[in-house]
Design a protein around this ligand. Sequence first.
Ligand code: ADP
Length: 469
Amino acid sequence: MDKALHLLIDGRLVAGAGEMPVINPATGKAFALAPRADAAQLDTAVAAARRAFPGWAALSYADRRAFLERFADGVEARFEEFARLMTMEQGKPLDQARFEVGGTIAGLRYFAAQEIVSHVIRDTAQERITEHHSPLGVVAAITPWNFPLILLVVKLAPALITGNVVIAKPAPTTPLTTLLLGEVAADILPGGVFQTLADANDLGALLSTHAGVAHVSFTGSTATGKKVLSSTVDTLKRFTLELGGNDAALVLDDADVNKVAPAIFGAAMVNAGQVCLAAKRVYAPRALYDDLCAALGALARAAVVGEGLDQGSQIGPVQNAAQFAKLVDYLAEARQQGQIVAGGAPLDREGYFIAPTIVRDLPDDARLVREEQFGPVLPVLAYDDLGAAIEAINASEYGLGGTIWTGNPERGEQVAALIDSGTVWVNRHLDLPFDVAFGGAKQSGIGRQQGVEGLLEFTQAKIINMAKG
Ligand code: ADP
């Protein structure tokens, strides 16, 4: 069993009030112990954050930038350690873990270079009115288990550079990379500016109701997001909610099946389908339907499924036992209601492995079509009328992302305008540059991350209105 990492509270690396095992999803067995914080440690962290806030907020952007740059250097120096730990706790293939760690470093550096500048609204002989953006205070960054680092960094880095202080609470099944980030920060950032609290799913609600927390930045399921929203009410906290999705990949009748099938397969299967913005249902015109199903099926059969640390693995296990059980349920229903083109069952081995699965001929109201499966199981539906397909896509309560696949990008852009979601890609997927905001429509979220909007989320506008003379 690996040695336990520590919580970072008030500038010190400390043990938790308790400990909890961390499971490697490739084996289903515990491989490390993580500290488990309790409510008293949470209170200590919030108090420390509040003490640290005025000093951090008073620094110039340039001073905070220097800290964030050193933080990025610190992560870079332990790049491989981060990547291997992520594969161990999360399950993803090592090259995908490395990609995420690379994105984490790039995100720290990108946001370190940003600045929200004050601007003059009016400046006359009689008056000057200026608008400033002040930090909010203590930010609780609550994250899920699919991308433990990058989803934290798109909160952490914008919050810190704009002058806030941050308490990170990772998901209970993937605490280790967040704790390692805390260990790196311990030697670099002033005490209380960034803190880490690992829990067993019991501290999220305490953080999001805590009177000392000013903003809750949450990424997770829509059901939990609704709880977060209601828990911010008492103190009128600010919040950002990045929630679930049921993104459609819409194939137009001018698409080249051989070209789009691998792209759609990647969009659905990256991170074993555990991506809020993954392609979760495919709509294909009747004339291309058989060919597309066959091409996706061939890709599913050819994909190398295996332990993330094994060279060549393309799809790892799903992250935890609860998610595995949910997918096994979806598969049972899919076998009854549709036709399995490829996969269709868990692998006969230890760990939480599901064979990449393509399902066709499901009815529109099948759970696998309506709900967010969050796994390597993809339903493909045929349509006869594009308008009806768009209507079916928009009928979802979710509206996070989506993709259009076409031989004619301009036509794709026009169709994209009709999809009711926060991001629609045409002939590409998961392109999420840090200068572009993303977020959900409908029940996929409130607020935006990244881009200027993502920075502004961590500030409040403040007007200074001065009479001259
Ligand atoms: P899942 O259902 O897939 O486990 P969640 O959306 O429940 O995902 O979890 C996302 C994050 O929210 C995790 O860090 C989890 O511990 C945290 N969390 C769970 N319940 C609450 C809550 N009531 N308030 C705030 N955060 C919570």
